[in-house]
Design a protein around this ligand. Structure first.
Ligand code: NAP
Length: 289
């Protein structure tokens, strides 16, 4: 039976690592602060906002919500991002997406100061992920996968990792972060042929497709580590991942649950990036004095 790679111990470890940095910032009068910008009231956004707020409070950080009407014009959203950029007491910004279709998402994302881009939404941050640069931060979910693998000491160097899904939020950035760690990465998507066989050949499989329980026993083989990034609802309205957990758990060596896996770690990574951004801002401010 597989080892369960739960998110909670990773969350606790990140919190312990962050505590000295947050305490040091507080001594200089700085509380790491995350702006959450939300357009409308999508239930998943509201739920993420509540979780982020709780996580921030438990760490001694702060959240500043900016809630816009579902039909707010693009100019209003742009004004909020300019306010976030200019407010020195805000260190990171999380913009919930997808934005309504009448808003030019790329144009809006590009407005954010890359130093406050703790979720890898600007082209500068994404370029950094692809070039091993130091601008901004990688998307939090991709970074959460790496935290999970590192916490449970999953070997990556020279190992074959199959990433299913090629979005800019998860699949592409996590593939680049894995390459940085000398994994041999195969990126798969909806047009990939022989996907079950490719997945079975991997040491580590990361599923990020949004297909509720779409990955059954035929995709996996003994000894593998499986990261399930999916957050889906099945036909009965139950929260589930991309992997058919009950069918796959008896086969593989280790697997993340849904809920309680990658999603749990993502909010902690968001806060870790915010604390790092606050440290950079504080260093820049002290150099200017
Ligand atoms: P997305 O933008 O819709 O991308 C889905 C990817 O999966 C696409 O690349 C698509 O391929 C691929 N795909 C779809 N059906 C497939 C199939 N049958 N076989 C192989 N590949 C297939 O989704 P996303 O934003 O990356 O999110 C993916 C999942 O992760 C969702 O369940 C989402 O809720 C979850 N998520 C979780 C977190 C977290 O914190 N845990 C954060 C973000 C997202 P094509 O490119 O060919 O269309």
């Amino acid at each position: 039976m597989a080892e369960l790679l739960k998110g909670k111990p990773v969350v606790e470890s990140i919190a312990a690592d962050l505590a000295p940095s947050i305490a040091a910032l507080k001594q200089t009068g700085v509380t790491p602060t995350l702006a959450i910008v939300r357009v409308g009231e999508r239930p998943d956004d509201l739920s993420y906002e509540r979780t982020a707020r709780k996580r921030a409070e438990s760490l001694g950080c702060a959240v500043r919500p900016f809630a816009l009407d579902a039909f707010a014009p693009q100019e209003e959203l742009e004004a909020v991002l300019r306010e976030v950029n200019h407010d020195a007491t805000i260190h990171g910004c999380l913009l919930f997406r997808p934005l309504p279709s009448f808003i030019d998402e790329t144009q809006v994302c590009e407005l954010l100061d890359p130093q406050k881009d703790i979720d890898g939404i600007t082209l500068a941050s994404l370029a950094s992920v692809f070039t091993d640069g130091a601008v901004g931060y990688p998307p939090a979910t991709a970074a959460a996968c790496m935290h999970m693998l590192d916490h449970y000491r999953v070997p990556l160097e020279g190992k074959h990792v199959v990433v299913v899904g090629r979005s800019l939020v998860v699949g592409k950035p996590v593939s680049m972060l894995l390459l940085r760690r000398n994994a041999s990465v195969t990126m798969c998507h909806s047009k990939t042929e022989n996907l079950p066989a490719i997945c079975r050949s991997a040491d580590v499989v990361i599923c990020a497709t949004g297909r509720a329980r779409g990955f059954g026993a035929e995709f996996f083989s003994p000894g593998q580590t499986v990261l399930d990034v999916g957050i889906n609802f099945d036909a009965s309205g139950n929260l589930c991942g991309d992997v058919d957990f009950d069918a796959v758990k008896p086969i593989v060596a280790a697997i993340t649950p849904v809920p309680g896996g990658i999603g749990t770690v993502t909010t902690s990574v968001t806060m870790a990036h915010t604390v790092a951004a606050a440290q950079v801002a504080e260093q820049c401010a002290s150099l200017r004095l």
